[in-house]
Design a protein. Structure first.
Length: 135
């Protein structure tokens, strides 16, 4: 399960070892701790998701329930903190790609720019950056 929050993106999957435990994974440092401050987060630079924590299923369910209970925004991307441009750009790219597929599958007539028109370039640090001005 992917969970997109204004300040965290999580991938949550069943633990291989224990049905009462879930693996909460993240690509960005601090994302897991923003939702689960008590989590013992491991870092593995060779793993698909660099950051991971094992948490009780009930704890994860409670945290997600609280996030939904306190949801107050109409646009996720607009809630992403302004200083987190990488997160905002990544969320926008996911939104654009899914919108493109919706249009393709259902022959929707939209004025959305296809995601293929979004330019991706590498910065010196080789961080992928999306030019959102073309959207």
């Amino acid at each position: 399960m992917w969970v997109f929050l204004p300040d965290a993106h999580l991938s949550i999957v069943q633990s291989d070892a224990e049905s009462r435990v879930l693996q909460v994974r993240a690509r960005f440092r601090g994302d897991i701790e923003r939702v689960f401050p008590e989590a013992d987060v491991a870092e593995d630079e060779t793993s698909d998701y660099r950051f991971c924590a094992s948490l009780a299923r009930d704890r994860v369910a409670h945290a997600l329930f609280n996030k939904v209970s306190h949801l107050h925004y109409a646009s996720l991307v607009e809630e992403v903190p302004i200083e987190e441009d990488v997160r905002r750009e990544a969320y926008t790219a996911v939104w654009a790609r899914l919108a493109e597929e919706q249009a393709r599958l259902y022959n929707d007539e939209t004025d959305l720019l296809p995601v293929s028109a979004v330019r991706i370039e590498l910065e010196p640090a080789e961080r992928k950056r999306i030019d959102l001005e073309t959207l």
